[in-house]
Design a protein around this ligand. Structure first.
Ligand SMILES: [Zn+2]
Length: 292
């Protein structure tokens, strides 16, 4: 899996921070894994872009989950971002309706808000390294996902924020996905007007235009690798099976001759034989009962 680079820098006058990433490879991978329709591909790329752009601080955060819901054909998209080794960021996503489509929504246009609307909201779940979790929620502004994500920051942190995730689709699927977040630093009450994302220019050149200086003299600049990452494992799948009650386990052994678990995020399969399940049943039988 190819990793991509997220660039961060502060403008010349130190009034706002820009984050930009070309997320094409990751968004393409997720669309292929989940066999997404054009509409779902576009919406998922935007959601993944928001996850990758989240101002992630490894000191304060372990994982951030974003859930976009609505009554439209997409129903729900969930993405998350977590910190991996070497400060790399891992993102992944799942679509409730991978085949979503609707008359009147052109998946190749920049307006796909009707995929989620009407109604709906964005739920942000922040998980700290200590395990403590906090949850924030805002109503959808227009269902465009990037705008809704920006609105979350204006609402929760009162910081002028602009988020753009632009996607190009053709008959072969996703061709390009470029993401940008511009956030005011404390003291700036409104962002300057910014050029729209140009899908034909590389990310560094576009960053230079917004920041106002060449990359070599960017202030407070940083780079971080972003890649597709799923935290599922055979152990986790097994832990899920171990929580089942005896009756269900016995049915799986006798009727199904085993069990298989598929990860919703990456579609990895984990198969367990009847013998594996008998071993789990044995462990349950040996669990010490409470002294009477
Ligand atoms: Zn997985």
């Amino acid at each position: 899996m190819t990793a991509t680079t997220l660039y961060t820098a502060v403008d010349e006058a130190a009034t706002f921070r820009v984050r930009m990433v070309d997320l094409t490879s990751v968004a393409k991978h997720v669309a292929e894994v989940h066999k997404l329709s054009p509409l779902a591909t576009h919406a998922m790329a935007r959601a993944l872009g928001c996850a990758a752009l989240y101002p992630f601080s490894a000191k304060h955060l372990d994982r951030v989950s974003l859930q976009f819901t609505g009554e439209g054909p997409l129903k729900m998209l969930m993405v998350d971002v977590r910190i991996l080794d070497d400060q790399r960021l891992g993102v992944r996503g799942l679509a409730n309706r991978p085949q979503a489509w609707a008359w009147g929504i052109h998946p190749r246009s920049d307006e796909i808000g009707a995929g989620l609307l009407p109604g709906g909201g964005l739920t942000v779940l922040l998980q700290e390294p200590s395990g403590k979790a906090t949850r924030g929620q805002v109503d959808l502004v227009n269902g465009e996902i990037d705008d809704d994500f920006a609105a979350y920051f204006r609402d929760s942190e009162q910081l002028p924020t602009d988020v753009q995730v632009r996607v190009r689709l053709d008959d072969d699927g996703m061709q390009r996905c470029v993401c940008r977040m511009v956030q005011a630093l404390p003291g700036l009450s409104s962002l300057p007007s910014l050029p729209p994302i140009n899908l034909d220019i590389d990310v560094v050149t576009q960053m230079e235009q917004v920041v106002g200086t060449p990359m070599s003299v960017w202030k407070a600049s940083a780079t971080q690798q972003v890649e597709f990452f799923c935290s599922c494992s055979r152990e986790r799948a097994l832990a899920g099976i171990e929580m089942l009650d005896r009756d269900t386990l016995i049915d799986m052994i006798v009727v199904d001759k085993g069990a298989s678990v598929t990860c919703d995020f990456c579609t990895s399969h984990y198969a367990f034989s009847a013998d594996d399940l008998v071993a789990i049943l044995d462990t349950k039988d040996k669990e010490p009962s409470l002294p009477s």
